[in-house]
Design a protein around this ligand. Structure first.
Ligand code: HPA
Length: 275
């Protein structure tokens, strides 16, 4: 995609959204598999189906409705991406991160990326939350490959603070006070769509991973490229292959997410109200 045309597309998407809503969100949140119930905690102002937004790819995965929602949590103006597109669906990386780029252009300063992930640490239990301290990109590609668009960010972005320390501290304080079982750890981003083999799970744990999933890493990279502060939250929906006797299904992933919905929503409402 030529430099000008991606910028032109972003402008068109942003213009469409601004025509639908005058709200100027300060915070963005992307909701992962089965986690879209969080919108019950939002004072919704406008719902825009992805299919109506110019240049958006509709999300096709079960458990991922495709809507952009503008609203408030407490006093904080917020934009929600209810559902995401994944690399394994066959979209290019540029398309995978396109919604993240659009909400950055809407003016958000902070982005919360949520996902369902497999736990690599035998001490984890399905339903635990993990605050992402860092990631390992194992997708074999990077959304910034190609000509750099200097209007969006640097050619070689620094990833020292890929996940914002202060946001992790604030989130951890809330989770502790609410007695919600959580840890802080490293997220391994893989392409999927297969779940991992037992040997892959041993490898991921050995190289320093605590959770594994098929999203979040590209969006984090695009967000850092554009200078956003990012918080990542994984809902540990299952123990990764080899760590439990059950085989993994997408239904299990969604069921666990549904079970933690209330804690997850209450935590995020408190967090976002204070941002
Ligand atoms: N592996 C990869 N992605 C996932 C998993 C998993 O075990 N659970 C939810 N998303």
């Amino acid at each position: 995609m030529a430099e000008e045309s991606l910028l032109d597309q972003l402008k068109e998407s942003v213009q469409y959204i601004r025509n639908m809503s005058k709200m100027r969100p300060r915070v963005g949140i992307t909701l992962g598999s089965g986690l879209s119930g969080f919108v019950k905690g939002v004072n919704v102002e406008t719902i825009i189906p992805y299919k109506d937004i110019p240049h958006f790819s509709p999300s096709a995965v079960d458990g991922h409705p495709g809507n952009m929602i503008l609203g408030r949590v407490g006093e904080t103006p917020l934009v929600v991406l209810q559902g995401r597109v994944h690399y394994y669906e066959g979209h290019s990386m540029e398309r995978v991160v396109y919604p993240t780029r659009v909400i950055a252009q809407l003016g958000i300063e902070k982005l919360i990326l949520t996902n369902a992930a497999g736990g690599l640490d035998p001490n984890m239990k399905p339903g635990d939350l993990m605050l992402i301290s860092d990631h390992i990109n194992l997708m074999g590609t990077n959304p910034l490959i190609g000509p750099n668009i200097s209007a969006l960010g640097l050619r070689f972005p620094d990833m020292t603070a890929a996940y914002d320390r202060e946001l992790i501290e604030i989130a951890a304080t809330i989770l502790r006070r609410r007695k919600i079982c959580h840890s802080v750890g490293v997220y391994c981003g893989v392409t999927g769509p297969t779940y991992e083999t037992a040997a892959e799970v041993r490898y991921l744990h050995m190289i320093g991973g605590h959770a594994v999933g098929m999203s979040t890493v590209p969006e984090n990279i695009a967000a850092k490229h554009m200078g956003l502060r990012v918080l990542g939250v994984s809902c540990i929906s299952n123990l990764a292959t080899g760590l439990s006797n059950n085989s993994i299904t997408h239904d299990e992933v969604k069921e666990t997410a549904a079970r933690v919905e209330k804690d997850f929503t209450d935590f995020l409402v408190e967090l976002i109200s204070g941002l």
